[in-house]
Design a protein around this ligand. Structure first.
Ligand SMILES: C[S@@+](CC[C@H](N)C(=O)[O-])C[C@H]1O[C@@H](n2cnc3c(N)ncnc32)[C@H](O)[C@@H]1O
Length: 200
């Protein structure tokens, strides 16, 4: 699959799954194959600014989380950014792609990475004070389940609406509000955007 086709496929899957999470069963295997293939060159495909919107959100929120999850961690850079900002926190990054997880472990030996599907996370209810998703497909019911009361979720998109895996802001707020999130806060950095929300 060419890079352009891969980006279109990622957007198609994101749009489909956000609206109809049950469709994930059709897309899981091909998307995992796509990211397994991309893992060796993933870092070369991104600029140094790709996490700027996430960093902007984390800097502004003034949190002190003890337990943090990075969903769709890829090569682990968002998890590493979170660990640098909150050195007291226990940080874990999860990804569907075994090749991404292996790469993340090699790059960030002090951090914990696990292969897991965001649609069925291997964590207890309320296990995290903060969950971050950098350019990752959200599964809202699972997010709601693993965030602790009073905890936060932060979505970031490196190129705003131009990001291949992107969820429109209104959709994010609607899906989160209906699951008890509130206190929405928007951030931007260059072309990148982020949205944070707090669980009641
Ligand atoms: C666009 S990449 C983003 C990687 C990284 N967060 C970054 O910003 O560089 C999306 C990542 O999500 C992973 N992914 C896709 N669907 C997933 C799922 N259901 N559960 C866990 N990870 C998933 C992919 O394997 C890929 O590594």
């Amino acid at each position: 699959m060419s890079a352009a086709l891969g980006r279109h496929f990622a957007r198609l899957v994101t749009n489909a799954v956000v609206r109809r999470p049950l469709l994930w069963r059709l897309f899981r295997a091909p998307l995992r194959t796509q990211f397994d293939r991309l893992a060796p060159r993933w870092d070369a495909m991104r600029g140094p600014e790709h996490l700027d919107p996430l960093e902007a959100a984390l800097a502004a929120l003034r949190l002190s989380p003890a337990r943090v999850l990075d969903v769709g961690t890829g090569t682990g850079d968002a998890a590493a950014a979170v660990a640098r900002r909150f050195p007291q926190a226990d940080v874990v990054g999860v990804d569907l792609s075994a090749a991404m997880v292996e790469t993340a472990r090699g790059k960030h030996p002090g951090l914990r990475f696990e292969q897991a599907d965001a649609s069925r996370l291997p964590f207890e209810d309320g296990a995290f004070d903060l969950v971050v998703l950098a350019n990752a497909i959200p599964f809202f019911d699972e997010l709601r389940r693993v965030v602790a009361p009073g905890g936060w979720v932060v979505f970031s998109f490196s190129f705003g609406p131009g990001t291949p895996i992107y969820v429109e802001r209104g959709r994010l707020e609607r899906e989160l509000s209906r699951r008890g999130f509130m206190e929405f806060a928007d951030f931007s950095a260059g072309r990148g955007t982020a949205l944070a929300a707090k669980l009641q």
